[in-house]
Design a protein. Sequence first.
Length: 478
Amino acid sequence: MGLAHILGFSLGSVLISAVRSGKTRSRLLYIASILALYSLQPALALRQFDFWLPTAAIALAIWVWVATMDQQRKLEGEDRLSLAILAATLGLLILSSYLPQSLRVFVSLPLDLLNVTFGIILIGAVAWSIRRIKRTIRSLDILLIVLILTIFVGLKAPELSLELSRAAREWTGQSPDLASILDLNWLGFSYIAFRLIHVLRDHQSGRLPSMGFQSFLLYVFFFPALSAGPIDRAERFLKDLRQERKNSQWTLWWQGGARIVRGLFQKYILADSLALVALNASHINLVQSSIWLWVLLYLYSFRIYFDFSGYTDIAIGIGALSGIRLPENFNQPYRQADLGAFWNRWHITLAQWFRAYVFNPLTRGLRKGTLAGSPWLIILIGQLATMILIGLWHGITWNFFIWGLWHAVGLFIHNRWTEAQRKAKELTGGSSQLKRIRALGSWALTFNFVSLGWVWFSLPDMRTAWSAFLKLFGGSLG
């Protein structure tokens, strides 16, 4: 989401929020989110894929909505109208591909209308089939989760992504020799996938609120949070969408504008400036001193925080302009004195998602099995699974695996240490001066542990990361 998009989304949100009718306002947000899904998708070397990837995201959302609909529920008038609006919007987008390039929403060459027609018929046929078979296939939710995860793995694993790119190039009549993992840059899919899986899991457990077609697609593709989160929950989003405004329009605009300005400062002033000198694959070869490498690592720690937090502030600000309150995602994580508190303040919605759908179900299941008498082992397995998956969510590489493992081990050690101190009643012991020293030491240890973990996150391969790790402590690969 570049500056032009931020400005356009901000102005659009202000205009939409000025509409008095809540129903009309929601409909405009729905149209804006569909348009944003296509306009944010970057141009790709694969022909027309900047149209087909967003369309595939809409197809997945439609199939999930149909699968989670009440079996007795029929398409209501509002649902039909929302489908018609979607069809009309897609029709205009397709026609815009025949306009001069400067006027197109996406960058594709004029689309093949026969392929587009076939694709839309296929999406509808699959949706109709899901509606028909979900009475008899109880595992339909699981099958859709597997489909979403399969796509996710294909996009995130470099080797698989490269093979998919070669296959796509052959399908489009392009040279497979020019295939690249960048060919399948599907904007926002990670966040879309998490929202869809959340819906499917809550449907399985009976906690999913009833959603019409428009509300569902607006939740999945809400444009401020499309490219960088946060990961909202359906019930919270719907409650905010449907409730009457508690603050005046001017208050919303002021709060949203101030949040956007803060996000722009963090992202485009602080983060982008730090990126010029922070740790990366190029800088590591220019630094000979361990001390200076530590400096570059600390700079990267703040660079990645300001980058992620800045984008979140921009998303929350644009959401506020439109009248939607998105959840917080960062809350002073580097000021926390232990790793557990850090993960309660860093990428909050991501951590909550994995806690709800990985850690809690896994540990509950283990407590009912043969490991019931070994709570420490249950905690260890739960933290390993959760944190490694969080690492692999960023990319299926060994570096992200090690980064997740690093935090899992750290969280387990912290858990065991806290438990031991609780039993020894040492957490409340000592003078106030000793407590302050202990808190300062805990903070320094936590911050340096997190910073060292960024070595695996910031560098492109295991050898480079391990070389940097050794150099930080005065060693080398030899």
